[in-house]
Write a protein that binds this ligand. Sequence first.
Ligand SMILES: Nc1ncnc2c1ncn2[C@@H]1O[C@H](COP(=O)(O)OP(=O)(O)OP(=O)(O)O)[C@@H](O)[C@H]1O
Length: 220
Amino acid sequence: MAAPVLSARSLYRFFRAGEEETFALQGVGLEVGRGETVAVTGPSGSGKTTLLNCLAGLDEPDGGTVRIAGERLSHRPERERGRIRARHIGVLFQSGNLLDHLSVRDNVALVQQLAPSRSRAPAQELLDRVGIGGRAGALPGELSGGEAARAGLAVALANAPDVLLADEPTGEVDAETERRLLDLLREHAAGGTAVVVVTHSRAVAGAAGRVLRLRDGRWA
Ligand SMILES: Nc1ncnc2c1ncn2[C@@H]1O[C@H](COP(=O)(O)OP(=O)(O)OP(=O)(O)O)[C@@H](O)[C@H]1O
């Protein structure tokens, strides 16, 4: 592999709630090159979402490092992590990445404004490509589940990210929409984006170049 665009070394993350400690990540490493798609699977509670949050800089690991496009992301102030995320990372999480009070088109445009120096497709073109160009003026609350999944993907890709991190991107959609989202993920990987996708879907795992399984916060 050429120099990996995403590199995580020996990640540890634990949570304490009262007397109880949970070791969500126990020494997880991961390197992903440009154009590579890695699927992460594993049972509920195995640490998948915690890993993605650390890779996105939305959570800080208690140990280990995350580097994105040559820059250290972990153990930096939130502002710095936000800057690196805006420039290099696309995030598609179950909690959704759409702001309710903005139209779909403005959601995409906002992400693009935060990363102004990146070359990328105009908002409308991106929305056409994910198949919801006709709903560009709609508010997120007016979208069906499948439309919202596509709009979320458009927002995640709006900054032409080096690294796309997706948590169950096809969890709520029908088979046809899943195929379409998968084609888009493949297209972006072919264009040089490194993709890490947490999934329970066989179709998504089957389309990935590598499938890794987490169990109890470690690679199984
Ligand atoms: N903020 C938190 N506070 C306390 N415990 C947490 C927190 N976040 C995660 N955990 C615990 O860490 C472990 C890993 O959780 P995580 O959400 O990463 O698992 P997961 O593999 O994504 O699960 P699922 O497939 O159900 O989404 C679980 O035991 C979970 O309860």
